[in-house]
Ligand binder design. Structure first.
Ligand SMILES: NC(=O)c1ccc[n+]([C@@H]2O[C@H](COP(=O)([O-])OP(=O)(O)OC[C@H]3O[C@@H](n4cnc5c(N)ncnc54)[C@H](O)[C@@H]3O)[C@@H](O)[C@H]2O)c1
Length: 392
């Protein structure tokens, strides 16, 4: 059995669930061979908790691994990917692939007020460097977009492929009340707000399904051509009435966004994303095709509903991501690694890295998703004017 040694960059939320999933892979001998994070305390604590060797930096880990798994905040993704690819190592990268994070060292940078056209150009340059490094060195690349691997989205892939469906329109959403990461809400670390932090999930799934349709019917992916988008800062409106339930401490990002994508065949997809949703994480993609219709539930799913008359009773029970109360009816998630696609994602990445094949969610999807998102920021600056998605 082929052995793959994986090194994790980032000892936070994503680093933890990647490690859990890597240890449940079958058919490939996977070893979590190292972890690094910016702060010594957090990488040491992670190493102790998970029994993983600790390294001071991604660079110092490279000689000991085959695949670098980038689970750091978005501002750190590009450097880690480039270092790994140039060293001939495979890469897994959490969403978003990369972004624009302001002039280096400029703490006064406010992304929401900055001109978005130069941002788009800068992001395109970084993406070209990433694509060149990955392609020229012939290394494995997995874009960790879990929506692609959610069982509901994979069922839809099968339907589209086998029935040769034409997808006419899609809609999708990821919304929840903020993020657990301390640097979320700060453009210079996150590269934007709801659009890049959350909207990339349903956007990635929508772009993926249209790629699948194109490959099944035309022998080539159908790609995004233009976007129209809006962004808003609802919790910073002068008239916003804070009832204390919704996170409001964002520095310079939007807390609501919508993207209307027009594909090169003229069909469409619509993404809504926000920080303004109570009741737990709200993730779905719906497909309206010429021969069927599918509602892909990602979270909540309908696997278990539980009623709890007194919140304190469930204090040690995990119900669902980002729920704000354990009281009353809840749509409990018995296994989010399965329903959200995390386990299938890591399984596909390890199987492909071992076999030298391409994963369902790879570099091309990562590039198109990021290009579409930054084109959406340009469009939002123009109050929704139709904007071309750059071709990389
Ligand atoms: N697919 C999903 O559902 C999902 C969920 C959560 C996060 N994410 C993605 O995972 C990534 C990490 O998010 P998170 O919530 O785990 O963040 P986090 O803040 O919980 O953890 C980030 C970790 O990276 C470390 N770090 C920060 N800067 C670094 C640097 N320059 N070099 C190395 N390590 C550095 C931090 O010390 C911390 O250990 C982000 O890209 C985020 O978008 C994806």
């Amino acid at each position: 059995m082929k052995k793959i040694r994986v090194g994790i960059v980032g000892a936070g939320f994503a680093g933890r669930f990647h490690t859990e999933c890597l240890r449940r892979v079958y058919g490939v001998d996977v070893v979590v061979a190292g972890v690094t994070a910016r702060r010594a305390e957090s990488r040491e604590a992670f190493g102790r908790a998970h029994g993983v060797p600790v390294f001071e930096s991604a660079e110092s880990m490279l000689d000991h691994i085959d695949v670098l798994d980038v689970c750091s905040p978005p501002y750190a993704h590009a450097d880690a990917i480039l270092a790994a690819a140039h060293a001939g190592k495979g890469v897994i990268c959490e969403k978003p692939l990369t972004g624009y994070f302001g002039p280096p060292g400029d703490d006064s940078f406010h992304g929401n007020r900055a001109d978005k056209e130069p941002m788009m150009d800068a992001v395109a340059d970084v993406m070209r460097r990433i694509a060149d490094a990955v392609r020229q060195n012939g290394v494995f690349f997995g874009y960790a977009e879990n929506f692609i691997y959610a069982p509901s989205v994979q069922k839809e892939r099968e339907i589209v492929e086998k029935t040769k469906a034409q997808i006419l329109r899609m809609s999708g959403e990821e919304s929840h009340n903020g993020s657990a990461s301390p640097v979320y809400g700060i453009w210079k670390f996150a590269g934007g707000g709801s659009l890049i932090g959350k909207g990339v999930h349903p956007l990635g799934a929508i772009l993926y399904l249209k790629r699948i349709e194109g490959l099944a019917t035309l022998g080539r992916p159908i790609r995004p051509a233009t976007v129209s988008a809006r962004t808003h800062e609802i919790t910073r409106l002068p008239g916003y009435r804070d009832a204390g339930f919704i996170r409001t401490d964002y520095r310079d990002i939007e807390d609501y966004g919508m993207i209307h994508v027009v594909f090169e065949d003229g069909t469409v997809g619509d993404v809504v994303t926000s920080e303004l949703v109570l009741g737990g994480i709200y993730d779905y993609v719906e497909v309206f095709a010429n021969n069927h219709r599918t509602r892909c539930l990602i979270s909540p799913t309908e696997l278990a509903h539980t009623y709890n008359p007194r919140g304190a009773q469930f204090k040690d029970i995990y119900l669902i991501e980002k729920t704000s109360t354990q009281e009353g009816w809840s749509t409990a998630a018995p296994d989010e690694n399965f329903t959200m696609g995390y386990q299938a994602e890591i399984q596909d990445f390890m199987a492909c890295a071992a076999a030298g094949t391409s994963p369902q969610s790879g570099l091309d999807l990562a590039l198109d998703t990021t290009a579409t998102t930054y084109a959406a920021y340009v469009s939002a600056q123009r109050k929704g004017a139709e904007t071309d998605v750059p071709r990389l």
